[in-house]
Ligand binder design. Sequence first.
Ligand SMILES: NC(=O)c1ccc[n+]([C@@H]2O[C@H](COP(=O)([O-])OP(=O)(O)OC[C@H]3O[C@@H](n4cnc5c(N)ncnc54)[C@H](O)[C@@H]3O)[C@@H](O)[C@H]2O)c1
Ligand SMILES: [Zn+2]
Length: 351
Amino acid sequence: MSNIISPLKRVTVKASNEYQILIGRGLLARAGELIADFIPKCKIALITDDTVDALYSGVVEKSLISSGYSVIKFVFSHGEQSKNLETYGKILNFLAQNGVTRTDCVVALGGGVTGDMAGFVSATYLRGIKCVQMPTTLLAQIDSSVGGKTAVDLPAGKNLVGAFCQPKLVLCDVDTLSTLPDEIYRDGMGEVAKYALLDKKIYSLINGGDYQIEDLIYRCVDYKRQIVEKDEFEGGLRRLLNLGHTPAHGIERLSNYTIPHGKAVAMGLNIVVENACKHGYIAQSTKSEMLSAISKCAGELTLPYSVKDILENALTDKKRSGDSIAVIMPYGIGDAREVKIEVSKLWGYLT
Ligand SMILES: NC(=O)c1ccc[n+]([C@@H]2O[C@H](COP(=O)([O-])OP(=O)(O)OC[C@H]3O[C@@H](n4cnc5c(N)ncnc54)[C@H](O)[C@@H]3O)[C@@H](O)[C@H]2O)c1
Ligand SMILES: [Zn+2]
């Protein structure tokens, strides 16, 4: 559907459940009317964090109620430290105590933490109830609200318990980005940098610099759509979306998760690009283009740890098998592939 100039952009994902992602302005105030096309009148469990609650719950609740839904609300403390089994359990109990049934619906209003945790609740409560995602961070709008990966963290690591469960609808209200602190916005741009290396159209948008944020979100979501449609459960192709993520996970771990995910991804991309050039996968000129795109997105970044330390933490990554590790290697702008490389040559810095 060619809707680039239409005020409301629409991406249809044909996964195990077909659903739409609507991208535009003022969508939260129209949430009830927009949801009504997909979800029959029911009880809606609105799940959000305290920061987003203060900013956006009111407008969403009002709209849902005026469209005939009844609304209950669960609010948790913002931040990754809430994305755990304890909060997850509290939400499940809250749904049960409020008599939420299988015909009711969860709405995840917030960033990736809310989306991942509320998504996992919807995947598991009563063996699965409907979920609508209303992402309010750039990272959640371009990435985490789309594709059906849901999870909470364990003390042993991030996202260790979860399920694949596609939402029924995603409403990306771009207006919500106006209240995002710059740092959190930039964090989302770290994931945008990943898409810029994976897709030539997104690279051109970033390189040109003159784009509407709706167009960028649309491009990222549409790129993710075509990957998810071919490989919903990450058997192969979907792993391309992990570009930069192996070193990123090492960086996140080393920082005890104080370095946010998107920023760690941008740092990880820098490492992977340097390594790809060193090992002859990309030319020097391509490396320069890639590094420039990453810094246009995420700014100039200084690695806070040695690559050796990052490497050692990356080695506990689940993608390791024997003496080699599977990483996503850039071969050119718009071309990345999974390769197995020997641990001793990882990132090229230890050879
Ligand atoms: N499921 C996936 O495919 C996927 C992909 C990438 C990342 N993730 C997960 O996403 C999480 C990170 O997401 P995130 O960066 O959105 O974090 P987040 O949800 O913690 O949001 C970041 C901060 O921004 C605040 N906030 C949210 N929206 C706001 C707004 N509009 N205005 C002002 N403040 C706002 C939140 O309260 C929070 O403090 C991680 O847990 C990561 O593992 C999941
Ligand atoms: Zn990521």
